[in-house]
Design a protein around this ligand. Structure first.
Ligand SMILES: [Zn+2]
Length: 318
């Protein structure tokens, strides 16, 4: 499962390796050779043991295992495999400021999770053989396939879940034509903990925000502290005034460990209450949404076309 981490604009820009203003490239580089098979696509992977060159065929099953529950629908697993392949090829092409010596690392807050076979044997226990086979199959059945926009691999970011709609890339400084807010089908009935709450005492609330901005004023009663919540184009929180100062939703997410920026905030007379929808930054494919679409009969190409609108699926030559 994609771990969901507090993100800031700077972290996003760093994580994706490029200042947002440089995306997309004004002049695409000459088209690469036609898509190749996973065995022919080489990647420099950074792990705790150092940098190793491995093929996409070796990399992807273990990245897929790190990023999506093995019990998800086969078409959702295939969509995730294509997203991971696209993401890795994007990184290989663009380079990564955080680790110029490697195309991808195994930190999910930087690139994508990647877990060793030993870890998976421990994690999956007696299900290891069948789960590993599901990963291999999803990769093999999408061999060499990735998403392009203007003939280049796309920044195929993804997240765990959203409620109703995904986030628009522009809201997080990633104005990419294929990272638009789109509908997503998961509901609180289909996803456990799609809705979550975080309670904060007024003392903790004031102290946490003062640590961010010491000029905020929390001298009055708590019911006077909050200004109206500002929403972004996708309907998620963008920010609000508290103690007379502006705080972005990303900052609030980070400070109070909220599962996403799709939240509301209210004072209930005793404490501040965040009600949060979904998990993750909300960009690109929703993993739980992909699983729901697959259960409803969508294939992986349809799932990908939904979450990355306007992209094309490039199919490997055999
Ligand atoms: Zn990385």
């Amino acid at each position: 499962m994609k771990r969901c981490f507090p993100v800031t604009l700077l972290a996003l820009a760093l994580a994706f390796g490029l200042p947002p203003l440089l995306l997309p490239r004004a002049e695409p580089a000459p088209a690469e050779a036609p898509a190749r098979t996973d065995a022919e696509l080489l990647l420099r992977l950074r792990t705790d043991a150092g940098v190793q060159e491995i093929s996409m065929a070796e990399y992807l099953p273990l990245a897929l295992a790190g990023e999506m529950p093995a019990a998800f629908q086969p078409e959702a697993l295939k969509a995730q495999a294509v997203a991971l392949r696209s993401f890795a090829l994007f990184q290989r092409e663009q380079g990564k400021a955080a680790h110029p010596e490697a195309d991808v690392c195994c930190d999910p807050s930087c690139c994508a999770a990647w877990v060793s076979e030993e870890t998976l044997r421990e994690r999956w226990g007696e299900d290891y053989e069948s789960y590993a086979a599901r990963m291999q199959e999803a990769v093999r059945e999408t061999d060499g396939q990735y998403l392009v926009w203007a003939e280049r691999p796309i920044l195929a970011v993804f997240h765990a879940s959203s409620l109703g709609r995904t986030e628009d890339g522009a809201a997080l400084g990633l104005s990419l034509p294929y990272l638009q807010s789109v509908s997503t089908p998961e509901t609180p009935e289909t996803v456990r903990q799609l809705l979550s709450t975080v309670e904060v005492t007024p003392e903790d609330f004031a102290a946490s925000l003062l640590a961010q901005d010491p000029t905020a004023d929390f001298s009055g009663p708590p019911e006077t502290w909050l200004g109206p919540l500002r929403l972004d184009a996708a309907g998620r929180a963008e920010g609000l005034q508290a103690g007379g100062r502006d705080f972005s939703a990303l900052t609030l997410r980070q400070i109070f460990a909220l599962r996403s920026t799709a939240f509301t905030l209210a004072w209930d007379g005793e404490k501040f209450l965040f009600r949060v929808c979904g998990y993750g930054h909300g960009l690109g494919m929703s993993q739980h949404g992909a699983d729901c679409l697959a259960k409803a009969g969508a294939d992986y190409a349809e799932i990908l076309a939904h979450y990355y609108p306007g992209t094309e699926l490039v199919v490997a030559l055999r």
